[in-house]
Design a protein. Structure first.
Length: 204
């Protein structure tokens, strides 16, 4: 996704320009093994620009796509998604695996399709990637409610981080996100709600 590449490289540059610590992982380095490592505990903001998918009937089969660490996949692992698959790094970080992660992030952004959806369960609410990320330690999450456009999402996310990094408080995310949406609308090309309204903030 060329738009995603532009998105993360531009966001990385924004952090670099302000002398803030940032790390970027692309292509084969953006793999499931790295996400499962303890490295991400050192970051206050985690941004995933990739494909996501939600299985509303069986939420534990929802996931986020990464580069493959290996092409060897144990068939038995897929038959026991909550168990043995946690040891597989086939390039899909399933919801059931996210529960086992330990994030220390104040904000996690899932710049991908339909990442805010899930199964509505009586007495539980929506069970999906969002709940798993909150359980893993994410305090605030930006997710999408439907399939998103690569180019418009890239622009929206860049605007969001520009606003966020220029906000002196930097502990509030709703204002930078809403301002990014307004800027997309004013820009004209992606002013239709389809392009900017799927992204919502869950948390504060």
């Amino acid at each position: 996704m060329p738009g995603s590449k532009t998105e993360i490289e531009t966001i990385f540059d924004l952090y670099e320009q302000l002398g803030k610590k940032a790390l970027i992982k692309t292509h084969s380095k953006a793999n499931e093994g790295f996400v499962k490592s303890d490295e991400l505990q050192n970051y206050r903001v985690i941004h995933f620009a990739t494909h996501g998918f939600v299985n509303e009937e069986n939420p534990k089969l929802s996931g986020i796509l990464f580069a493959q660490d290996t092409t060897k996949i144990d068939k038995e692992s897929f038959e026991n998604i909550a168990g043995l698959i946690a040891n597989q790094n086939e390039g899909i970080l399933y919801q059931s695996e996210i529960y086992n992660l330990n994030f220390n992030a104040d904000l996690v952004v899932l710049s991908a399709c339909e990442t805010g959806l899930g199964k509505i369960t009586k007495g539980e609410g929506v069970i999906g990637l969002t709940r798993a990320l909150l359980y893993a330690g994410s305090k605030n999450i930006v997710v999408s409610l439907w399939s998103v456009n690569d180019k418009s999402t890239s622009k929206l996310m860049i605007f969001f981080y520009e606003n966020l990094l220029n906000d002196k408080k930097q502990d509030k995310y709703s204002k930078p996100l809403s301002e990014a949406k307004r800027k997309i609308i004013e820009d004209g090309k992606y002013s239709h709600p389809y392009f900017w309204s799927p992204f919502i903030l869950i948390g504060e």
